[in-house]
Design a protein around this ligand. Structure first.
Ligand SMILES: Cc1cc2nc3c(=O)[nH]c(=O)nc-3n(C[C@H](O)[C@H](O)[C@H](O)COP(=O)(O)OP(=O)(O)OC[C@H]3O[C@@H](n4cnc5c(N)ncnc54)[C@H](O)[C@@H]3O)c2cc1C
Length: 412
């Protein structure tokens, strides 16, 4: 049987990034993908890559490759009831955290796989759904994959599940999912005839508890996406013509790019229900990365970036331990800890934001926050950094509390 150091299940963002990072080490890597070809891609995604992923993209020189293929460097700007949160300049003066990207998955997924195709250390296999995994006495894994009638098998020291939200590996080995409500539905479509916003900003319009996005893409295309209450989504579905409903939704906002010449060039994609899901990042000495470990509300737009960062984190924690005398279990524990440290605070905050406000007080608190931010440029920078996942929610909260304590108290 063929022997590998690492077997990765799934050749999408998390799996390809992990393979790319492991390939810098003297290791043999197998990547097993159930989809049929390099051109396959994840259809359901609005593909905003947060700046938290820029360091890993730069480390492996993927930033240039993405830009050469049409990735649009961008930064988030938010329109709130108190006005714009749109500080000038990049996310950060550090070029490694300067911007986000918009790049369609149709381009991104094949590009990431192309980095592995001719690599001598990587065996990338399509049409290879993993069906069964078994652990041996020495702790190595046997992975059975491919056609049910003629299954093939490989043997690997480390098994990595990068097989997405519905993770087959998690089901096979009993890594249970935890589900948390998401009270919004999402619909989006691609348009042309919309001028890109100034500086290629990606615009987020907030209305009470709902949101509308404008993402500039390459070749004059724009992605319009709305995250709306489920009741509204239900009405839209029964009314029909979702593309028209999406465009109408933007009419309530000021400063929206002109939509009079917007022409929908795709079908409307989206979901009616998409709970947040988390699993253990390490289970029975198997590593879980990307959506297989943490799949959050699409409104936060963090899944692609987090998948890249988790892949790098796993490889940095484990690559040196995959040799003959390595302590793989300890290395996996280091990955588990790091994963929890970095992602858990964001996950908790995003899961909270997935719920609609429960009371008028909650709505008023959000309005107060935005009103305060509109007068405080430092806090605006911090907010934008938080949404790019460059700082933790706690760091933002501390900055907000400190700003509140300095602001003049209203007279009694
Ligand atoms: C509507 C929507 C909008 C989104 N918008 C954004 C956004 O703007 N920004 C953002 O960062 N994130 C966004 N996300 C989330 C993002 O799409 C995911 O977080 C991201 O794709 C996770 O990457 P992954 O590699 O972990 O998993 P996936 O991309 O799901 O890849 C899993 C791979 O595993 C393969 N696979 C599955 N089972 C098997 C098996 N048994 N054997 C072999 N291979 C298998 C699959 O074919 C697939 O290629 C959005 C999600 C949705 C639903």
């Amino acid at each position: 049987m063929e022997r590998f150091d690492v077997a990765i299940v799934g050749a999408s963002i998390a799996g390809c990034m992990a393979a790319r990072c492991y390939a810098e080490h003297p290791l043999r890597i197998a990547v097993l993908e159930k989809k049929p070809a390099i051109e396959s891609y994840k259809v359901l995604c609005t593909h905003f890559i947060q700046p938290v992923a820029l360091p890993v993209l730069r480390r492996y020189k993927l930033d240039r490759i993405l830009e050469d293929h049409g990735a649009v460097a961008t930064k988030a700007a938010f329109h709130t009831e108190a006005g714009w949160i749109n500080p000038a300049g990049p996310y950060s003066n550090d070029p490694a955290q300067a911007h986000a990207y918009n790049i369609d998955r149709q381009t991104l997924d094949p590009l990431l796989r192309a980095q592995l195709l001719d690599h001598p250390a990587v065996a990338l296999r399509f049409d290879s759904p993993v069906r069964c995994v078994a652990v041996q006495d020495d702790g190595r894994y046997i992975v059975h994959y491919g056609d049910e009638a003629a299954p093939r098998s490989i043997d690997a020291a480390l098994l990595v599940a990068a097989d997405g939200r519905q993770s087959t590996v998690a089901k096979l080995v009993g890594n249970q999912e935890n589900r948390y409500d998401n009270e919004r539905a999402v619909y989006y479509a691609y348009f042309d005839g919309i001028e890109p916003p100034v500086d290629n900003r990606s615009l987020f319009f907030l209305a009470h508890a709902e949101m509308a996005f404008v993402y500039p893409l390459s070749a004059g295309r724009t992605l319009l996406c709305v995250a709306i209450a489920k009741e509204r989504a239900k009405r839209w579905r029964s009314d029909g013509n979702l593309a028209a409903r999406i465009l109408e939704f933007y009419e309530q906002f000021p400063d929206v790019p002109a939509l009079s010449r917007a022409r929908c060039t795709s079908r409307v994609f989206g979901y009616a229900d998409y709970p947040n899901i988390s699993r253990e990042p390490v289970w029975k000495n198997i590593a879980f990365i990307g959506d297989a470990a943490l799949s959050l509300d699409a409104m936060a737009g963090v899944g692609c970036g987090f998948a890249m960062v988790a892949a790098e984190m796993l490889v940095d924690s484990t690559a040196a331990s995959l040799g003959a005398n390595g302590h793989l279990a300890l290395a996996l524990e280091a990955y588990r800890k790091r994963f929890a440290e970095v992602f858990a605070p964001h996950a908790r905050a995003i899961m909270g934001d997935s719920l609609m406000p429960r009371s008028a007080t909650e709505l008023i608190r959000a309005q107060e926050l935005f009103a305060h931010m509109s007068r405080d440029s430092e806090l605006q920078d911090k907010f934008i950094s938080l949404t790019g996942r460059l700082i933790s929610p706690q760091k933002f909260q501390l900055a907000y509390l400190s700003a509140l304590s300095k602001s003049p108290r209203p007279r009694a």
